[in-house]
Design a protein around this ligand. Sequence first.
Ligand code: HEM
Ligand SMILES: CC(C)=CCC/C(C)=C/CC/C(C)=C/COP(=O)(O)OP(=O)(O)O
Length: 297
Amino acid sequence: MTTETKAISPFSAKVNDYKQLIKFTLNITVVFSTILTYLLVPGIQFDIKMVSLLAIGGILITGAANAINQIYEKDSDKLMKRTANRPIASGRMSVTEGWFVVAVSIAVGTFILAYFFNWSAALLSLFSLFLYGFVYTPLKKVSAISVLVGAIPGAMPCLIGWVAGADHFSAGGWAFFAIQFLWQFPHFWAIAWVAHGDYTRAGFKLLPNQNEPTQNTAIQAILYTVAMIPFGFLPFYLGITGQMSMWLVLAANIAMTIQCVRLYKEMDVKAARRVMFSSYIYMPVVFLIFYADKITF
Ligand code: HEM
Ligand SMILES: CC(C)=CCC/C(C)=C/CC/C(C)=C/COP(=O)(O)OP(=O)(O)O
């Protein structure tokens, strides 16, 4: 029996490279949190034009941030199975083309956010891009503190969405920022646990405790998931949502905590993978619960 390799056209190959350059799936989830926090602002109604503009602006700026990250990490990305096939690391795309994409995306993305929303949202996005591309990215090789630094631009999309809708910084935006900020620690440590071999090979220092997955890593993950619990109550107490979402989000937080406790007890890759997948599901589900409650209560 012969193994057939499906031929793909140069156009599809290019589209695939661009999808990888902007880290498409991660990008969409990040922008999803921006759109949902925008829609959670009291008084904001779903308007397809505004939501599409926010999505395009968000995808462009987040894409630029991810492209900067891949330009800087082209040599270390080559060393990890997970990232070796990225377009710049593999040599399919030049660094010049990468920077060109970054420049155009920043220009168009900033224009969209500033013109159709406000300068606060646009400047916050540029600040997040700077923190992610030029501070977190080089820090990854220096110290595990990088995860704390990376969690700031990681949570900023919530504040950007809120400010885009409300035109000012207020408690609601900070509440969603806090939830997403805390969520990233179990999310990322689970990934770093699963891909520990890859990360060590590439010289990244991303796990606490001498960069080895230990019971202390699991304890810290438990502490962050427990800390998320009170923040899940805030949207109700701030009058953004009804009470139903508060209980449902509490259930989601307990489910995440249980997975982290299992990681502490079992201390293996299988348990880390469960935390990783729970984190993938948690974020969209929790935002949809808050939004569904806002439009029905
Ligand atoms: C300190 C912050 C963060 C770090 C260090 C981090 C790290 C990572 C890494 C390394 C992966 C790749 C896993 C793999 O290849 O199997 C990943 C995947 C993912 N992350 Fe994060 N992340 C962070 C924040 C976020 C944020 C803010 C979101 C969304 C709101 C997010 C959503 C996702 C999703 C959906 C995936 C799976 C899809 C994919 O692999 O592209 N992450 N994360
Ligand atoms: C608005 C704006 C620009 C916000 C920034 C949004 C953003 C890109 C969030 C992701 C946060 C993060 C630290 C991801 C991990 O990257 P990594 O470098 O550890 O992942 P990798 O190993 O797959 O490259």
